[in-house]
Design a protein around this ligand. Sequence first.
Ligand code: FES
Length: 175
Amino acid sequence: MERKRMSNTGELGYLFDWVESVQVKVRELVGEWKDREGNLIMILHAIQNEFGYVPRGVANELAKELGISLARIYEVITFYHYFRLVPPGQHNVQVCTGTACYLKGSSELIEELEKRLGVTEGEALPDSEFHLETVRCIGCCGMAPAIVIDGETHGRLCQKDVAGILENQRRGKRV
Ligand code: FES
């Protein structure tokens, strides 16, 4: 979504612009999905695609437009692991916890990542460099245990590999 600043009103103008553009976007999405089944989830997907997460102000607007409670929206957001309530980190780290990866030590990888990144799995800190989450089988069990960083899969890992992978990612290098 394009964010424009009104030069004569400074930061406040920016905020008004943002609120207005959110209202327009939400109305547009609600109009598109209004009579379709599962519309709340589809709209939340579209919102997350647009903003990278579901901002509280947008959820509020959505509740008004759909005529449902904000609590209902948060119920759905918190039920599905996919939805985020804070902006994603610069790098997204997903650890596979499917059966093969679990058996081959994904929990040790999580432990190491949590230690090195200073975040807890599932916790997304605003402005943090990395976002750490767990996912179910990513379809490369032969490479277990595996993690995906920014869409790139790294397999057959052990705890000691983690530091190097993170460092390379920070420097923008592929391993
Ligand atoms: S269980 Fe991890 S890739 Fe299948």
